[in-house]
Design a protein. Structure first.
Length: 182
């Protein structure tokens, strides 16, 4: 799979997501974009939607399970600072995002290039105001250099930790127009 963050393991060979998967599966678009930016490892604690893990596995991206969302962001910030390369974290929605805020504040102060991807709620369901549907962008905005909601996979490639407005953590809600979380 991979050695140090962002550095491919030559023994693993090249892995790629089939082009047709990238247009039909939003997480495949995310995985493809991460590969294009040299990311070979993702840390995190996702929610019950395992689609992100399947896409990372298909792309040959290592996923490192962490004990908490806060720990995932802290570990990613440490990796980003040590490797001088962006690090990526995947967390669930709502409370999972809220748990990242203290570590995002630390990453912001350290100018660590960390991208936090969170499962999101479909736009049509946001008015339900369920517990899992906390205002995650409002929570993340003060402790990131940008926070954005990505409605479709086609919009995701436009942003990357390397093209952020400045050094520091970034966060994106990955969601879809259907009623389930993606």
């Amino acid at each position: 799979m991979s050695g140090a963050l962002g550095h491919p393991d030559p023994a693993a060979g090249e892995r790629a997501i089939p082009p047709d998967a990238a247009t039909s599966d939003p997480w495949a678009v995310v995985a493809r974009t991460l590969l294009e930016h040299g990311v070979r490892q993702v840390l995190g604690l996702p929610d019950d939607d395992m689609a992100s893990l399947a896409a990372f596995r298909a792309a040959g991206i290592d996923f490192v399970w962490m004990s908490s969302q806060r720990t995932a962001v802290s570990a990613a910030a440490g990796q980003a600072i040590a490797s001088r390369r962006p690090a990526v974290v995947v967390v669930g929605r709502g409370p999972g995002v809220a748990a990242t805020v203290p570590s995002l504040l630390e990453a912001l102060a350290a100018h660590a290039p960390v991208l936090v991807l969170a499962s999101g709620t479909a736009s049509a369901r946001l008015r339900d105001r369920a517990f899992q549907d906390a205002p995650t962008l409002a929570l993340a905005a003060p402790v990131t250099v940008w926070a954005e909601r990505v409605e479709t996979g086609r919009r995701f490639p436009g942003r990357s930790p390397r093209r952020s407005p400045g050094p520091g953590p970034c966060r994106a809600d990955r969601c879809c127009s259907r009623s389930r979380t993606v």
